[in-house]
Design a protein around this ligand. Structure first.
Ligand code: HEM
Length: 122
């Protein structure tokens, strides 16, 4: 069955950062919260400050209730395209770390073995 999910690239979010057109990215999902900005108990400024990037951390830090999480689902318009390139430095760093974690682990491992052999020889 074909899926009806809309996929957005992280760059798409940067075109929706205003009070009249506001999208946020939380937990891999994209939400159009334009209509909700004025009603948000935490104010519109916190949401506007979290646009154009992954706002999951800010959202979780605010300790949103279960009802807040249920409420937000009605504003969901799609998901982040998993193949879209990541933009922030921390995301890039995390991606590289996941990809190349074996390199520092191997270097440390070899150093430990060489150090051990060297000390035994003494
Ligand atoms: C559709 C998205 C969102 C919905 C439906 C939503 C809903 C709510 C609700 C209902 C509350 C009241 C407390 C609670 O029930 O948890 C709240 C508080 C709050 N929200 Fe959100 N929120 C959304 C997005 C965000 C985002 C993206 C941020 C941060 C960037 C944020 C920051 C806050 C903060 C800081 C409070 C605390 C306000 C206070 O206690 O003074 N919210 N939100």
């Amino acid at each position: 069955m074909p899926t009806l999910t809309n996929f957005y690239a992280i760059q798409d979010l940067s075109h929706h950062k205003t009070k009249d057109d506001c999208w946020i990215l939380v937990g891999g999902k994209v939400y159009d919260v334009t209509q909700y900005l004025d009603d948000h108990p935490g104010g519109d400024d916190v949401i506007l400050a979290a646009t154009g990037k992954d706002a999951t951390e800010e959202f979780e830090d605010a300790g949103h209730s279960k009802s807040a999480r249920e409420l937000m689902e009605q504003y969901c318009i799609g998901e982040l395209d998993p193949s879209s390139p990541v933009s922030t430095y921390s995301e890039k760093f995390m991606q590289l770390t996941k990809q190349y974690w074996a390199v520092p682990v191997t270097v440390v491992g070899i150093s430990v073995v060489v150090g051990f052999l060297y000390l035994r020889k003494k």
